[in-house]
Design a binder for this molecule. Structure first.
Ligand SMILES: NC(=O)c1ccc[n+]([C@@H]2O[C@H](COP(=O)([O-])OP(=O)(O)OC[C@H]3O[C@@H](n4cnc5c(N)ncnc54)[C@H](OP(=O)(O)O)[C@@H]3O)[C@@H](O)[C@H]2O)c1
Length: 259
């Protein structure tokens, strides 16, 4: 019981509200579930209603508090509307997870204005707009946790990094800017950096067993990532336990990045 109390003091999210973009699939889905099971009321946000509904139904059936907002984060007006809608469900979020992302991967020489703009809108502008909407209020309340999901491609070029790598590099800078602005007031901003995690985002790559095996071989653990690998790291970064960790990039990649 003493251990239980100690762990709760460190990691419980009871009474907290979280907004998880991309919370209907892959890494965002696993993080939404982890935060909800740790006690937070969780709003998941994405475009596809069926996957959102499925997520909310599953979380609610597991005894969690969950709700959804349907929005397209590539459109600034939708981001603003969705933020207000999300805040009305369980109250202003204490935890913001930016997991929604797209990776369109055209060769660099063929990278169109459209692909560049859409990539930046979803992967970078939306996290900025949501942070600007919720960060100051978190700071005023003295507690906040912002978690961005970036990529190996924020740090190194591979597999047509193109606009995607640029957007993720900038997202790591955004976390540092947010940390500088709001950490004096109890708000941390950090990023989780995945290795390769087979999800709908990279369905094309995942369908190639040779490439999947080659990526697994590049890790130190000998396997590719699973969405559930992000659960504990997300709970840590969302919890009181991580109060002195800010502006950091935490690699959850089986050692992919270190050799
Ligand atoms: N999987 C990997 O290997 C890997 C590696 C490095 C980094 N990451 C990053 O991890 C994050 C999650 O990726 P994942 O692999 O979990 O991908 P995923 O399974 O494809 O999930 C992406 C999520 O983002 C939502 N989304 C996409 N475009 C959106 C838009 N315009 N507006 C609102 N929501 C949108 C999707 O829902 P809808 O399509 O219904 O909108 C979905 O919920 C991304 O930021 C990605 O860049 C993934």
């Amino acid at each position: 019981m003493a251990a239980q109390t100690y762990l709760s003091e460190l990691f419980s999210l009871e009474g907290r509200v979280a907004l998880v973009t991309g919370g209907s699939s892959g890494i965002g889905r696993a993080i939404a579930e982890a935060l909800a099971r740790a006690g937070a009321s969780v709003v998941v946000l994405a475009r596809g209603e069926a996957a959102l509904d499925f997520t909310v139904t599953e979380l609610t059936a597991a005894g969690c508090r969950a709700a959804r907002v349907t929005a397209d984060l590539s459109v600034r007006a939708s981001v603003r509307t969705a933020a207000e809608e999300a805040a009305q469900i369980f109250g202003e979020p204490d935890i913001l997870v930016n997991s929604a992302g797209i990776n369109l991967r055209p060769p660099m020489s063929e990278l169109s204005d459209d692909v560049w703009d859409t990539t930046m809108a979803v992967n970078l502008d939306a996290p900025f707009l949501l942070g600007r909407r919720f960060g100051p209020a978190m700071a005023a309340r003295g507690y906040g946790r912002i978690i961005h999901i970036t990529s190996q491609q924020a740090h190194r070029a591979f597999v047509h990094s193109g606009a995607y790598g640029v957007s993720k590099g900038a997202l790591e800078s955004l976390a540092r800017s947010q940390a500088e602005a709001w950490s004096p007031h109890g708000v941390t901003a950090n990023t989780l950096v995945p290795g390769f995690v087979p999800t709908p985002l990279n369905a094309h790559l995942s369908a190639n067993p040779t490439q999947v095996a080659a990526l697994a071989a590049r890790t130190l653990t000998g396997r590719n990532g699973l969405p559930q690998d992000f659960a504990s790291a997300a709970v840590f970064l969302a919890s009181p336990a991580s109060a002195y960790v800010t502006g950091q990039s935490l690699f959850v990649d089986g050692g992919f990045s270190v050799h």
